[in-house]
Design a protein around this ligand. Structure first.
Ligand code: IPE
Ligand code: IPE
Ligand code: MG
Length: 242
């Protein structure tokens, strides 16, 4: 695995916690709790491989539709993660960031998110980006609203709007597009994740459920990525996959 080129930006749809629990006759929430260990492992491995950014889909805008109790457990796990991993984040020189409608999160979660974000703001290693209350369509809606306001304020004309304008108004304008998107638990869909950003991202879907996802699964995804030929609509270039 040492020769493999690691992508600059890996994004992950962490799916299958419920199914993992169900096959073991456990409560769905046990699956979410187990999934935290996978988050730790993947974050540590990616930081060690010195990738620029890891974006984890932790909670979608649509996930608010789940039973109150399940949402409460997810929020509690998130808060615990933000507090419990603070030292690890600092030791690994990781900068914590987030995308999504963060204002919808409970106050205590937002507070811990803000503390870890501020504390790690000057770290210059990998960016760990958590997608929370995130939806790709909602992100584009929010961007369009802000662009429309600026047009109304006379800051620029509608005909000046181009792809860079849209990108500049996303939640995280400086985010490089993901090179590799991993989805666990086998579903062949993107479930409203990073719709604008994944136009040319390589996709890797594994049947492994998120609570079981470990270093070897990540390495398998990177190995597959290394076998891909990225063309971006042009002609094949004989260069490293990134
Ligand atoms: C992913 O696991 C975690 C979140 C979406 C928050 P799921 O809870 O969706 O697990 P499945 O898809 O029901 O197995
Ligand atoms: C996607 O998983 C969201 C996260 C992993 C946070 P879901 O389980 O919500 O997606 P669907 O409902 O199967 O499309
Ligand atoms: Mg799911």
């Amino acid at each position: 695995m040492t020769e493999a080129v690691w992508p600059r930006h890996i994004a992950v749809i962490m799916d299958g916690n419920g199914r993992w629990a169900k096959t073991r006759k456990l409560a769905r929430t046990r699956g979410h709790a187990e999934g935290v260990e996978s988050v730790r492992t993947v974050t540590r491995t990616c930081a060690r491989q010195k990738i620029d950014q890891l974006t984890l889909y932790a909670f979608s805008e649509e996930n608010w539709k789940r039973p109150k109790r399940e949402v409460a457990v997810l929020m509690r796990l998130l808060r615990r993660f933000l507090v419990g991993e603070r030292d690890e984040i600092m030791e690994n020189n990781i900068r914590l960031a987030s995308v999504g409608r963060i204002h919808r999160l409970p106050d205590d979660v937002r507070r811990e998110l803000e503390i870890t974000r501020e504390l790690s703001a000057n770290n210059d290693g990998m960016v760990l980006n958590l997608a929370l209350s995130y939806g790709g369509r909602q992100e584009i809606v929010d961007a369009v609203q802000r662009i429309a306001q600026r047009v109304l304020a006379g800051e620029f004309d509608p005909e000046d709007i181009d792809e860079d304008t849209i990108t500049a108004h996303l939640y995280q304008p400086d985010m490089p597009p993901p090179d590799l998107l991993i989805r666990t638990a086998g579903e062949m869909r993107v479930s409203n994740f990073l719709l604008w950003q994944i136009s040319y991202t390589e996709l890797h879907v594994t049947p492994t459920c998120w609570p079981e996802f470990r270093e070897e699964h990540l390495e398998a995804a990177v190995a597959e990525y290394n076998r891909r030929v990225r063309k971006f609509g042009g002609l094949v270039k004989k260069s490293a996959p990134r």
